[in-house]
Design a binder for this molecule. Structure first.
Ligand code: SAM
Length: 276
């Protein structure tokens, strides 16, 4: 069943729904994006017009969830951009370890299918191996969160196939940190043990998350409005321990959105540290 073209009114209403529900801001002329992402879902549910989709989703929580899943961009890969992972191993872990904390907590906010938190766990493992006695298996906790239950399902399984396992992963690390199973490549037990996942919409309250030493919030703020970026950064700053670090995506910056962080330059990039 082919979906009919989206009307201007329906597009307006859809933009409001999506921003209210997820923070994602759609530009003025993104009807083609909405159509291409929702055509399959509409046909699966035998919905022809966007008007009826908007009507149905008001009373259908599952449909709303599927719409949000379809509208989020879940692009990710192992060791994406490499810098955030190198800095963990070479600078942040050694610095935080000097404080002799019993547990180091890292939050991978908007973690998609889990490649970011598992790559962080692999870095911790490599650090542990080259600095014997520096860490125990449970001295680092990594918590991955995302708005999408679908991507979190893949993240929790820790099992990847085809392109998903090879993107960004050196064959040597694949051999060391994964085992091949009939369903695909599974992240090894030690790497998985440090990582847990939770559903969390970044627009909502972070009170249950606790305090972190480092927050990775990469490649998600770009989808949000200026006000929401400011609000998220302000609330994240409250989740950081004193001197805690914030790592953003390569094309993201806090300038204009927060003055609660100092910029730290390291090698060819930057991260942020909570002001004392
Ligand atoms: C492009 S991925 C980034 C994944 C990973 N951080 C990286 O850089 O490779 C963006 C993720 O943000 C999630 N997302 C979008 N809006 C969100 C929200 N309001 N709260 C939490 N996660 C959200 C999406 O579901 C998606 O998995």
């Amino acid at each position: 069943m082919a979906a009919e073209a989206i009307t201007t009114e329906d597009y307006k209403a859809f933009r409001v729904f999506l921003e209210d529900a997820s923070g994602i801001v759609l530009g003025d002329n993104k009807q083609y994006l909405v159509t291409s992402r929702l055509t399959r879902l509409m046909s699966d549910n035998e919905i022809i017009t966007f008007g009826s989709l908007m009507g149905r989703m008001k009373s259908d929580q599952r449909l709303r969830q599927r719409i949000m899943d379809a509208m989020t961009t879940n692009e990710t890969s192992w060791f994406r951009d490499s810098y955030p992972f190198d800095i963990l191993k070479e600078k942040l872990l050694p610095e935080i370890l000097k404080k002799q904390k019993p547990t180091i907590r890292i939050w991978s906010a908007a973690c998609s299918t889990g490649q970011e938190p598992y790559s962080l766990s692999m870095m911790v493992q490599e650090y542990q191996q080259s600095n014997p006695g520096s860490l125990t298996t449970d001295s680092v906790q990594i918590i991955g969160t995302d708005i999408s239950p679908r991507v979190l399902g893949i993240a929790r399984s820790g099992c990847y196939e085809g392109v998903a396992v090879s993107r960004g992963l050196a064959p040597e690390r694949q051999k060391r940190f994964f085992r091949e199973t009939p369903d695909g490549w599974s992240v090894q037990g030690d790497i998985q043990k440090r990582v847990s996942f939770r559903e969390l919409n970044l627009m909502q309250n972070y009170a249950l998350m606790g305090r972190f030493d480092i927050i990775y919030c990469r490649n998600v703020l770009i989808y949000f409005s200026t006000d929401l970026k400011r609000d998220i950064l302000a609330r994240m700053s409250k989740c950081l321990n004193p001197d805690g670090y914030l790592v953003l995506g390569g094309s993201e910056s806090i300038s204009n959105y927060s003055d609660e962080f100092n910029l730290i330059r390291w090698k060819n990039g930057v991260i942020y540290q909570l002001k004392s």
